[in-house]
Design a protein around this ligand. Structure first.
Ligand code: TRP
Length: 338
């Protein structure tokens, strides 16, 4: 299939905190599977990260770390475009234009905004950037005329918002943006916290036994999983019962990483106890992380390798993004710069 006829996909992850197994199973693993079929753009969304204050040195470090992890997880820089969001100024520029079409009421209703705002200690320090976050995300997607956006289940609402903004703009100015579809992975879309299986595994959660990070050592993986919350029923079955959420979560992790079906996973653990389940999960997680970490270390230690990929990615991304931006600028009536 030629590049022209391939459908386009775009997604991104924030370089704040450490990437977790949730990021891998909810996003990266699926991206890797898509790279052969779609024309893919994957960015590290540093503009989104600063919606809450970041340490500048740490932000730079995490930006490279996330990009290196994209590759370590199996994205092939020869096939897909990997870039840093702030390297393509069109993201900020389109975000501003879309901000002027974004009803405050729509933004106020966003669950992620309400959650994040509630977590800020001082209400005075909630930035309007946090409120406008979904508009920047819409710009990311619409600039590339992406047909599909692979994201975790928690981003569904932001995708709806993106579609609404795109439709609003198209309605006023005529067909401009492709209306993107959300793409949610089948198994593993939602990996929950090990310490609290009722909330999503998050890279911004501070507590010790909450998440498995992609760069964790085998011993830390083991510790966190062995301490994972279960229940007293003793049953190892997938279940929608909130009281069984911990066991279901461990089963989901096992199933996604082993490639077994739900039934096969349950059969595998039939007649066994929670200790066996946890040990099984530890093994399958470490077997996944070991080769991934080896590739990561190689990428990071090879001077200039990653920077060259990001420079090349930014150039390709700019080319595509600027075409859309110019069309939009023209439609809203900006005087062409000479
Ligand atoms: N909001 C997304 C998240 O928190 C990250 C993101 C930013 C994104 N821009 C995007 C995801 C564009 C997909 C497409 O996970």
């Amino acid at each position: 299939m030629s590049e022209i006829s391939k459908k386009r996909v775009l997604s991104g992850i924030q370089p704040s905190g450490n990437l977790t197994l949730g990021n891998y199973l909810g996003a990266l693993k699926q991206w890797v599977e898509e790279q052969a079929t779609f024309d893919c753009y994957f960015c590290v969304v540093d503009l989104h990260a600063i919606t809450v204050q970041q340490d500048p040195i740490e932000l730079r470090k995490k930006t490279r770390e996330v990009a290196a992890l994209y590759i370590a997880c199996g994205l092939d820089p020869e096939k897909v475009t990997i870039f840093v969001q702030s390297h393509v100024s069109a993201h900020s520029e389109l975000a501003w234009i879309l901000t002027c079409f974004a009803p405050i009421g729509w933004l106020n209703r966003m669950t992620q905004f309400k959650d994040k705002a509630a977590k800020q200690q001082q209400q005075d320090s909630i930035s309007s950037g946090l409120l406008n976050y979904p508009t920047l995300m819409a710009a990311d997607i619409l600039l590339y005329q992406a047909h599909a956006v692979p994201v975790g289940d928690d981003q569904r609402q932001h995708l709806e918002y993106t579609r609404d903004i795109a439709q609003r703009f198209n309605h006023i100015y005529g067909e401009t943006f492709v209306i993107p579809e959300v793409m949610i992975p089948k198994a593993g879309a939602r990996i929950m916290g090990l310490d609290n299986p009722l909330s999503k595994m998050s890279k911004s959660e501070a507590s010790d036994n909450h998440a498995i990070y992609l760069l964790d050592e085998p011993n830390r993986v083991k510790k966190a999983i062995m301490r994972a919350v279960t229940d007293s029923s003793g049953e190892i079955l997938f279940s929608d019962n909130p009281e069984r959420a911990g066991v279901s979560n461990l089963l989901t992790i096992y199933q996604s990483l082993s490639g077994l079906s739900k039934d096969e996973t349950q059969e595998h653990f039939a007649g066994k106890g929670y200790g066996d389940l946890k040990r099984g999960v530890v093994d399958v997680v470490n077997a996944t992380l070991d080769p991934l970490q080896k590739r990561y270390n190689q990428i990071i230690s090879e001077t200039g390798y990653l920077d060259a990929i990001l420079a090349n990615g930014a150039e390709k991304a700019r080319e595509r993004a600027n075409r859309t931006l110019r069309e939009v600028q023209d439609k809203v009536g900006f005087l062409a710069a000479r």
